[in-house]
Design a protein around this ligand. Structure first.
Ligand code: PMV
Length: 364
C-alpha cells in the first residue's frame, strides 16, 4: 500500500456530533526501532509483543464548529485539563490532516486515562496515540459509506495514523506479535503501518510474561525524538540497521520451534545494542541507571544457577522489562520479588503479559 491510498475520497455522510472510546495497549519491542527517516519511516524493521495491562483508554467527543480554519480541541488526563499535551496533539493533527480532512470541521474533547501512573517512566505515547488514532478512524468510518472502510483498512489506517503520532504506536493495535517495517521474508510487512506477525508461533510464547521493573520514574534526559535523530551520521548505523533485519529473520524460526535459548540471545542483544547506539552517538548519552545493570547481572546469575529462561529487554529508559514463559512464571516471579524489586524506585513494578490489541469500548 502507498500513502496515497490512505487519502479518502469525499465523505458521503454528514455527522454533527458524537463520541467514541477505544482502549489500546502499550507494546515492548524485541527487535528495536531506533533511527528514522522523514515522516516517521523506520530505518529498520522491528517486532514487538503487544502488552495487556499497560493501556490507555481514550474517549473522543466531537461536535461540528463554525470556523474551519484551525484545529480546536481540549485534552483531559484523568479528568484534569492537560494543556501541556496540546502541542504534541497539534503536531499530530497537522501530520495527519491530509489523511483525515474532517479534522478542522469539529471541536474535539479528548479524555484519556492510563492504567499505569503517568510518572512511571513508562511511555504512554504508544498506547495514547494508538487509542486516539482508533477514535479518529471510528469517526471516518461514520462519515464514509459502509463498504468503504473495511475491517482491514480500518486497522491499517489506524496504525498508519498512530505511526505519524509516535512511531512505535503503530505496533499497538493488534496482538500478540506485530512487525513494523519492510522485511524481505515477511510478505505484507510495511514501513507505513504495523502488521500482525503472520507465521507460526510455538505455544511456549503464548501468555509470555513481562514484569516491568520501574527503576527510574523521572523524566528522560534525552527524548526518543532526539535519540532517533542521532542515528543520522552515526558511525555504526548502517551495520545496526542490517543487524535488525538479520535478527528478525532469525526470530522467524525461533518463534516456530520455540527455541528460547536463541530467543534470549537475540532479545538481550537487541536491548544492549539499542543502548550501545545511544552511548556511541554524538552527543553520547546513557539512559540506564546503576540499578538497571544490577538487575541485568542478577538475571544472568539466576539463569546460570537455575537454567531458567528469564531474560530482559529495555526500552529507551532505565526501566527493565523482565520476560519469561508462562510455565516458569511461579519460579521467576518469586525471584523478582525476592531479588529484583529492591532495585526498583519505591519498590514499584508492573506485572504485564502479552496481549491481543486494542478494543472499542461501547457505550450503553
Ligand atoms: O516510538 P518512539 O519514537 O517513542 O521510539 C521508540 C523506540 C524504542 O522504544 C526504544 C524501540 C521500539 O522499537 O519501541
Amino acid at each position: 500500500m502507498t500513502e496515497e491510498q490512505f487519502i479518502p475520497k469525499t465523505y458521503s455522510e454528514i455527522i454533527e456530533s458524537g463520541s467514541y472510546t477505544w482502549s489500546s495497549p502499550s507494546n515492548i519491542a524485541l527487535v528495536k526501532y531506533w533511527g528514522k527517516r522523514d515522516n516517521q519511516i523506520p530505518e529498520n524493521p522491528s517486532i514487538s509483543f503487544t502488552l495487556d495491562a499497560c493501556k490507555t483508554t481514550t474517549t473522543l467527543s466531537f461536535s461540528k464548529k463554525g470556523n474551519q480554519d484551525s484545529f480546536s480541541f481540549d485534552v483531559f488526563l484523568d479528568g484534569k485539563q492537560q494543556d501541556d499535551f496540546k502541542p504534541k496533539i497539534e503536531t499530530f493533527f497537522k501530520r495527519i490532516e491530509a489523511y483525515l480532512p474532517f479534522l478542522k470541521n469539529y471541536h474535539f474533547k479528548i479524555e484519556t486515562a492510563n492504567t499505569f501512573p503517568h510518572s512511571s517512566g513508562i511511555a504512554s505515547s504508544a498506547s495514547g496515540m494508538s487509542a486516539l488514532a482508533l477514535c479518529l478512524m471510528s469517526i471516518e468510518k461514520d462519515l464514509s459509506t459502509p463498504l468503504e472502510v473495511t475491517k482491514d483498512y480500518f486497522i491499517k489506517k489506524a496504525s498508519f495514523l498512530a505511526r505519524l503520532g509516535s512511531g512505535s504506536a503503530c505496533r499497538s493495535l493488534e496482538g500478540d506479535l506485530v512487525v513494523w517495517g519492510n522485511h524481505d521474508e515477511i510478505d505484507g510487512s510495511s514501513d507505513l503501518f504495523g502488521f500482525k506477525y503472520p507465521f507460526e508461533v510455538h505455544d511456549v510464547f503464548k501468555n509470555y510474561h513481562d514484569t516491568i521493573l520501574l527503576v527510574d520514574k523521572g523524566e528522560k534526559q534525552v527524548s526518543s525524538t532526539v535519540g532517533h535523530g542521532l542515528m543520522h551520521g552515526h558511525p555504526f548505523a548502517k551495520e545496526r540497521f542490517k543487524q535488525a533485519h538479520i535478527n528478525l529473520s532469525s526470530l522467524i524460526n525461533i518463534f516456530k520451534i520455540g527455541d528460547l535459548k536463541t530467543f534470549i540471545d537475540i532479545v538481550e542483544s537487541e536491548a544492549l545494542t539499542l543502548h550501545a547506539m545511544m552511548m556511541t552517538s554524538m552527543p553520547y548519552f546513557i539512559l540506564m541507571k546503576p540499578n538497571t545493570l544490577e538487575i541485568i547481572n542478577k538475571i544472568w546469575t539466576f539463569r546460570k544457577e537455575t537454567g531458567s529462561h528469564v531474560c530482559f529487554t529495555l526500552d529507551a529508559g532505565a526501566n527493565v522489562h523482565v520476560l519469561y514463559p508462562e510455565n516458569e512464571a511461579e519460579q521467576v516471579y518469586e525471584f523478582i520479588k525476592s531479588e529484583l524489586v529492591a532495585y526498583c524506585q519505591n519498590g514499584h513494578y508492573i506485572c504485564d503479559r502479552i496481549g491481543f490489541g486494542a478494543k472499542e469500548i461501547l457505550g450503553d
